[in-house]
Design a binder for this molecule. Structure first.
Ligand code: NAD
Length: 283
């Protein structure tokens, strides 16, 4: 079994990613040599058309795997030899493993969100939730919540067609009765115990909140997928209103836990990786 791994992250705007530090440290702690490189497509002037060549070169140069992020999670699908059922259902891959000349496509975003949510609010895994934002993160969050046992997920997007498409994707796996596309957030929240922001709103450069403060009842749990910064406007406001809060760092850590396990074939220590992430993000 190999003890040395060369890995990378392909995407745009990833220069500040904490994934390399998390993966390399977990490697060291596990007695492995892990080198994890940032391949910033924006800086290199690479687009989706360059992805086939990029994967070819990564394989030739001896990479063992790649994480793939925005805007390539869908574009990478036709370049793979094997797709897990969950990645096929989601229509997105964030982890590519190069193994015996084959490219295996996996998705640890949804499982990462589910694991992070269960770790943070174990008593809420059967709740009814509203997911705001029906892009890649929204589908992954919906999948993660339903997989953990959520009774129902309502999906809302400023583009109703995206909410519809996300709901259809989730319902295919979990059933029509557990997923509904919605357009009225206030009404949807009346029948829910929690809300997740899966839009980019709240990120550095995208100020604001996708959920108005007036909608944040103290008995609602509030989760955000944004983790640059960790204390988004939504997270801060929800805390101030007395809501239980699940910030975006947990998903970032647990998707890395899942990817580490796919890349190395070893179990990662999720608590240790969470602790390291907390050190890396401590103000
Ligand atoms: P995306 O562009 O694919 O989807 C975002 C969706 O949100 C779009 O459908 C858009 O129409 C919708 N939207 C935007 N503003 C809205 C608003 N105010 N109300 C309702 N809908 C709105 O983006 P994505 O890839 O899904 O990523 C979304 C965010 O999730 C990003 O900030 C990304 O960094 C974050 N993310 C975090 C993790 C993590 O590990 N924590 C993982 C993946 C993505």
């Amino acid at each position: 079994m190999s003890t040395s791994f060369v890995l990378g992250l392909v995407g745009e705007g990833i220069s500040a990613s904490l994934t390399p530090a998390m993966q390399e440290r977990e490697g060291r702690e596990s007695g492995l040599q892990v080198s994890y490189r940032i391949i910033d497509a924006g800086r290199l002037g690479l687009g989706a058309d360059d992805l086939p060549a990029l994967l070819d070169w990564a394989e030739r140069l001896g990479f063992d795997g790649l994480n793939v992020t925005h805007p390539f999670k869908q574009a990478v699908l036709p370049l793979l030899d094997d797709l897990s059922d969950d990645a096929a259902d989601l229509g997105a891959v964030n982890t590519v493993v190069f193994q015996d000349g084959r490219r295996l496509g996996r998705n640890t975003d949804w499982s990462g969100y589910g694991a992070a949510f269960r770790a943070a609010l174990p008593d809420a895994v059967h709740d009814r939730a509203v997911v705001v934002g029906a892009g890649g993160a929204g589908v992954a969050v919906g999948y993660g919540l339903l997989d953990q046992g959520a009774e129902h997920v309502a999906v809302l997007d400023s583009d109703p067609e995206r909410a519809e498409a996300c709901a259809i994707r989730l319902a295919k796996r979990y059933g029509d009765d557990r997923v509904t596309p919605v357009t009225d957030l206030a009404r949807a929240l009346e029948g829910a115990q929690g809300v997740v922001n899966a839009t980019p709103v709240g990120m550095h450069g995208h100020p604001g909140s996708s959920v108005a403060e007036s909608l944040l009842r103290p008995d609602l749990w509030v989760s955000d997928v944004v983790y640059f910064p960790l204390d988004t406007e939504l997270v801060r406001t929800a805390r101030a209103r007395g809501c239980r809060v699940v910030p975006g760092g947990g998903m970032a850590v647990h998707q890395a836990v899942g990817a580490f396990e796919y890349f190395t074939g070893r179990e990662a220590d999720a608590d240790r990786m969470s602790q390291h992430f907390a050190e890396l993000t401590r103000p």
